[in-house]
Design a protein around this ligand. Structure first.
Ligand code: MG
Ligand code: MG
Length: 256
C-alpha cells in the first residue's frame, strides 16, 4: 500500500528531514580521531530531543535498536550499533539518522571521512553520493521505481563498484518504512509508477569490493563479506509535479 501525502504532510516530512540534516551537521562537528561512536550517538540524541523531536530508530524493530543513530564504520554497510569503538584517522563513517515529530518521520544518511582518507576510499564516497543524485534525478511523476534503481546502479557499477542487493530504500511517512521498496539495482521502466505525493528514501549502499554482505549476530550490523569499505548516502525525496523535491538538505551538513 503506497500512501500519497498532501502538501501539508510533505511539509511535516520536510521539517523532520531538515532536523535530521541539522543533527548530521551537529554530529559532523564531533567526528574526529579519538571519539567513540557511542559519544556521537549521545550528541545526536540530545540534539534531536532539544529540538522537540524523538529519535526515530531508538527501540525500532526486533531486537529493539539500541541507538539514536546507525553508525557504520568502514566495512560496515548499514545498521551499525553505536559502541565503544574509537574513530581513527582514515576511517569512513556512515551516520544514518531518524526522527519522529508531529506524527511523521525523517530519515537521511551521510558518510563522513575521519581526517585524511585513502584516495580510492574518497572515490567510493564521491561516486556513492553521485549515484544518489543520479537516482534522485529520476524521481519524477510518471517514471517508475526501476528508473531510479537503474540510474543508481549504472553510475556505481560504471565506476567499478558494486551495489548491495539485500537492503533497499523505501517509502517514508507516518511510518519509517512504507511501500514501495526502492532498490539500488534494477531495470528502467519496471516497478511501481511514481505519482505526485509519494515520498521515498533513496539510499545507495555501495561497496568497493564484492556486493555480498554478512548480517552480524548482534541482529543489526550489516558488513561487506570481503571486509572492504562500503559507503551509504540517503535522501528523502517527495515526488511533485515540479520534479523531485529533496527534503534532506546536504548544504546544512556540508557548508556550515
Ligand atoms: Mg536511513
Ligand atoms: Mg532509510
Amino acid at each position: 500500500m503506497i500512501y500519497l501525502k498532501t502538501k501539508e504532510e510533505i511539509e511535516l516530512l520536510r521539517e523532520n528531514n531538515i532536523l535530521v540534516s541539522k543533527t548530521l551537521a551537529e554530529v559532523k562537528k564531533h567526528i574526529k580521531p579519538g571519539i567513540t561512536t557511542k559519544e556521537l550517538d549521545a550528541v545526536a540524541e540530545n540534539f534531536i530531543r532539544a529540538n522537540g523531536a524523538v529519535p526515530g530508530f531508538l527501540g525500532y524493530g526486533n531486537p529493539p535498536f539500541p541507538g539514536t543513530l546507525c553508525i557504520s564504520v568502514n566495512e560496515q554497510v548499514v545498521h551499525g550499533i553505536p559502541s565503544d569503538y574509537v574513530l581513527k584517522e582514515g576511517d569512513i563513517v556512515s551516520v544514518d539518522c531518524g526522527t519522529v515529530m508531529k506524527g511523521f518521520y525523517g530519515d537521511s544518511a551521510y558518510t563522513f571521512a575521519v581526517g585524511e582518507i585513502a584516495p580510492d576510499v574518497q572515490r567510493l564516497l564521491t561516486v556513492t553520493k553521485e549515484s544518489l543524485i543520479k537516482g534522485t534525478e529520476q524521481a519524477k511523476v510518471g517514471n517508475r521505481i526501476g528508473d531510479v534503481s537503474a540510474a543508481v546502479q549504472r553510475h556505481a557499477e560504471a565506476a567499478g563498484f558494486s551495489v548491495v542487493r539485500e537492503l533497499t530504500g523505501h517509502g517514508l511517512g507516518r511510518h519509517m518504512h512504507e511501500d514501495p521498496e526502492v532498490p539500488n539495482f534494477g531495470i528502467k521502466g519496471r516497478g511501481p509508477i511514481l505519482q505526485e505525493g509519494m515520498v521515498i528514501c533513496i539510499e545507495p549502499m555501495i561497496n568497493m569490493g564484492t556486493r555480498h554482505v554478512v548480517f552480524e549476530r548482534d541482529g543489526w550490523t550489516v558488513r561487506t563479506r570481503d571486509r572492504k569499505p562500503s559507503a551509504h548516502f540517503e535522501f528523502a525525496v517527495a515526488i511533485t509535479k515540479d520534479g523531485p523535491d529533496v527534503l534532506t538538505d546536504y548544504d546544512i551538513i556540508e557548508n556550515e
